[in-house]
Ligand binder design. Sequence first.
Ligand SMILES: *Cc1c(COP(=O)(O)O)cnc(C)c1O
Ligand SMILES: [Zn+2]
Length: 397
Amino acid sequence: MIPFVYRCTECGKEYKRDEVKYLCPDCENNYVPGNPLRGVLSIEFDYEELSRAFDKRIPCWDLFLPIESKYLPNFPVGNTPLHKAGILGKHFGLQNLWIKNDGLNPSGSLKDRASYLVVAEASRLNETEIVAASTGNAASSLSSVCAAAGKKAIIYVPASAPKAKMLQNILCGAKVIPVKGTYDDAFKLSLEHTKEKGGLNRNTAYHPFTIEGKKTVGLEIFTQNGFKVPDAILVPVGDGVIISGVYKAFYDLMKAGLSDKLPKIICAQAENSSAIHAYIETGEYENLKSSNTVADSISVCAPSNAHMARKAVLESNGFSITVNDAEIMEGQKILAEKSGVFAEPSASVTVAALQKIKELELFSPDEQIILLVTGHGLKDIETPLKNITLPEAIEVK
Ligand SMILES: *Cc1c(COP(=O)(O)O)cnc(C)c1O
Ligand SMILES: [Zn+2]
């Protein structure tokens, strides 16, 4: 393992490995529940050492993880396909459009990458219980990785979460606590749980390893792309942790001397859940009073990682786009029809965004653009079924 420190993304203070667990203790004092987190920690490696240890001819990406390999669960996640989407690209006037299909992770979403690393940390700390608040996918992913690692997942989830995601939790043996409220309510309850009853908290951005775990999708894109940084990556955004992870991947690669630029990082949000989009556009952060969208995985009033997400977009010269529910459902259909990839509504937001990007001519036709597909379509069949009538069966004579 490469030595690392925690750096507070807000005040810049540095902490040693076991000096802190979640947020910067100084900045956490300013955190008001129901708002974005304060003092989110970022991992800073000894980049000279990393660059010495990393050999491009036999790349060992575990060197980019802040934990000893022996703690990693025996449950492979990631290594999902990156492939060109020619017909879809043509539809949007793009010659070089690609899909990174993270719906093909073991539990069906990119969240497995974060759960994997937090469960590894739980093993190092001899914690047997891991607690999380979730809109659905963080929960089903934590339940899966915990089952594989012989740990107990304790899940706070809105009672309205899609049934398939609930079912995954229950079959994997998690303790599921449905909340008659929003994801933001579940977030508060899960923080109280670990404060009062212990266990390790996996809440997104609250545990710094969630960002590091999600980072691995960016490292893979770089490797699968022949050690080249693509021009742009489109990311569906809720709490703003995946997008921060993508940024961190390319930041680490630059710091380790493996690349010399960032891809443009594009934030795509649902119109009715667009706190981060508004923050990027205006520079002023404000919580939403309510959030209501078909894209359940990105429905949040107070995104936990709003500050880092905004930074990822600004520093990479990216931009942000919102789309409405009808456009999202149309995006899901176009993605399936023109690429064969069936993604859940939240993971289709980027395809809907491409339609607007085309109209506004925000990309040139030959730029290499990567759509990050974050969750599998079978995660939520109830929502698309509302707009679809299944054909009637014919008689067999
Ligand atoms: C969690 C999730 C997102 C958004 O990730 P954030 O880190 O919350 O921004 C997008 N798509 C899917 C399918 C997800 O599960
Ligand atoms: Zn701080």
